[in-house]
Design a protein around this ligand. Structure first.
Ligand code: GLU
Length: 418
């Protein structure tokens, strides 16, 4: 099996493109074949080097390494011109006002045998003799794709459904070239949860954006594998090895698949919780570009769905955060400074300094004062985090360490004038 991913570098790599790349890569790995990367950069104005780099970066991040290429379609122009010449010489194409047109039979039809869609018939009556080279000599897109697929020995063309309508023209060119046509598989379109074609307004749309939003590449691969494919009715989690083993074009659906970022968040959360805290810390440090204490990572891990959630949940464990004045006013009512002082004593003497011992110590303050737990915990929370929402209070105090926790409580007591 020789497959290819052939992106046009006119923008970032989008989710649909990433899925196409993944499916091709899975097929190559599963069959022991080759995954060819071809950059379809013949639109010289829109194909920028930055976009090409972004595609490489995105593929590397997803760990979809290619075996051959990257080939530049634009640089293959001499090959395309050669074949245009040959098609003319052999009578398959002819000059018309300077442009070159392919002869399309008037009768009959070209049938695409699509693995996913079955037979798709295109009547020749509806296909004119189409242009394969402009009058300035530049080859047209369908010609370039057909010549490249033939030259690169592509056996299976797996690509988005938006290319189905190009397929009869590519087949007609391949036939005229005397080439054996590849097997085609056109993947279902992607929709947002509102049933409309996937676009910006459905959230993170490019691989780069998913990366910046704190998704893990293994979760992204798992999730996009399910956009149109399923192994059975229920399995949702697949390691890369399992995907390589189980993926098949026969189980890809024709109907549009729905990209749901909430579902991806949920799945990413599962992947995050499975990481060793040390590994999670490394990934956070790489994304946030700063050192992160492992204790803070462990506290946030249970609640995070993306890496960037970490900051919202646990920034206060890395460095003191600005005080939320309203939270302070709400919590530090009469009696609160006194309760906070009692909590401080309990925290100061908790031994060893761990969530369990801190819980016992703070609970005994609650019991001794005969108040509700929150009457003690909320002043501690606002003192250490600056707000009233934080992960588990005992875990948070433990993660800060005794010295820092007491220093923050002392500052709060000063502020309360107590
Ligand atoms: N360059 C095309 C695109 O980015 C893909 C062409 C193909 O796979 O045949 O949509």
């Amino acid at each position: 099996m020789r497959v290819r991913f052939a992106p046009s570098p006119t923008g970032a790599l989008h989710i649909g493109g990433a899925r196409t790349a993944l499916y091709n890569w899975l097929l190559a790995r599963q069959s022991g074949g080759a995954f060819v990367l071809r950059i379809e950069d013949t639109d010289r104005e829109r194909s920028t080097p930055e976009n090409v780099e972004q595609i490489y970066d995105a593929l590397r991040w997803l760990e979809l390494e290619w075996d051959e290429g990257p080939f530049s379609q634009a640089q293959r122009r001499p090959r395309h011109e050669e074949e245009i010449q040959r098609l003319q010489a052999e009578g398959h194409a002819y000059l018309d006002e300077g442009a070159v047109r392919l002869r399309v039979p008037d009768e009959g039809a070209t049938t695409v045998q699509d693995v996913i869609r079955g037979e798709v018939v295109f009547e020749h009556a509806a296909i004119d003799d189409f242009v394969i080279a402009r009058s300035d000599g530049s080859p047209l897109y369908n010609l370039a794709v057909a010549v490249d697929d033939r030259d690169m020995g592509i056996t299976h063309v797996v690509r988005g459904a938006d290319h189905l309508s190009n397929t009869p023209r590519q087949l007609l060119i391949l036939r005229a070239l005397g080439a054996e046509p590849p097997v085609y598989a056109h993947l279902p379109l992607l929709h947002g949860t509102d049933g409309k074609k996937l676009s910006k307004r459905h959230g993170a749309a490019s691989v780069q954006e998913l990366r910046e939003a704190g998704y893990l590449p293994e979760a992204v691969c798992n999730y996009i594998a399910l956009l149109g494919w399923g192994y059975d009715e229920s399995t949702e989690f697949f390691t890369t090895e399992e995907l390589v083993e189980r993926f098949s074009l026969e189980r890809v659906s024709k109907s549009p698949a729905v990209f749901d970022e909430q579902k991806l968040r949920w799945m990413n959360g599962h992947y995050l919780r499975r990481l060793e805290p040390g590994e999670l810390r490394d990934r956070l440090e790489a994304l946030l570009g700063r050192p992160i204490p492992e204790a803070a990572v462990a506290v946030a891990q249970e609640k995070m769905q993306t890496l960037t959630d970490f900051w919202r949940l646990a920034a206060f464990l890395v460095e003191p955060q600005p005080l939320d004045e309203r939270a302070w006013e709400k919590v530090m009512t009469d009696g609160a400074p006194d309760r906070l002082r009692r909590a401080r004593e309990a925290i100061a003497s908790a031994e060893p300094f761990e969530p369990e011992t801190l819980e016992t110590a703070l609970r005994s303050v609650v019991d001794e004062l005969g108040v509700k737990p929150r009457d003690v915990y909320q002043p501690v929370r606002v003192a250490i985090s600056g707000t009233t929402v934080s992960p588990g209070i005992f875990e948070s105090v433990a993660a800060l360490g005794r010295e820092e926790a007491l220093a923050r409580i002392d500052r709060a007591l000063d502020r309360a004038g107590a």
